[in-house]
Design a protein around this ligand. Structure first.
Ligand SMILES: C[S@@+](CC[C@H](N)C(=O)[O-])C[C@H]1O[C@@H](n2cnc3c(N)ncnc32)[C@H](O)[C@@H]1O
Length: 146
């Protein structure tokens, strides 16, 4: 959020844990006012949220997507994301196939089925360290045009 805020972008973060929000507020308080004012925290649940505004970019960072959601809850999360994404908006999910090898069925296949159901397209992209070493994978998705 800080990196976005430093570019002058208004960034909203949803977090379920009040102690984590407190940590964020403490960190935000140390930033210069012109950056601080771009950072907004919301206590909420990514399986069930809505906003009165729409966003051109939604990011689920830090392996958070599968960390405590089953597939039905993950589907609810995607539904909420698509509801608040602008028509040409993009959503990014860090580590979209977390722990795939330990589960029955592939999370990649889950993304294929979910994209078909909710009418969005996606691609998986690897991201690397500056020296080219592999760091992880990110899902880059966009709603299909009507
Ligand atoms: C990797 S940490 C990220 C911490 C912090 N939000 C940040 O961006 O630096 C994952 C966070 O997801 C939060 N979380 C877990 N389930 C959630 C849910 N259903 N809705 C919103 N936040 C959730 C946890 O409280 C945890 O702090």
């Amino acid at each position: 959020m800080r990196a976005l805020a430093e570019y002058g972008i208004d960034a909203y973060g949803i977090e379920a844990s009040r102690p984590m929000i407190t940590i964020g507020l403490t960190a935000r308080a140390k930033l210069p006012p012109e950056i601080r004012r771009n950072i907004h925290f919301c206590i909420g649940d990514m399986r069930s949220f809505s906003f009165e505004i729409q966003f051109p970019l939604i990011i689920i960072p830090f392996h958070s997507f599968w960390s405590n959601m089953n597939r039905a809850e993950a589907e609810q999360c995607v539904r909420c994301i698509l509801d608040v994404l602008t028509p040409a908006g993009v959503f990014l999910v860090d580590t979209p196939t977390l722990n795939d090898e330990f589960l029955l069925g592939s999370k990649y296949d889950w993304w294929v089925e979910t994209a078909e159901k909710f009418k969005f397209s996606f691609r998986m992209e690897r991201y690397t360290k500056p020296d080219g070493a592999r760091l992880g994978e990110i899902l880059v998705s966009q709603k299909n045009s009507p």
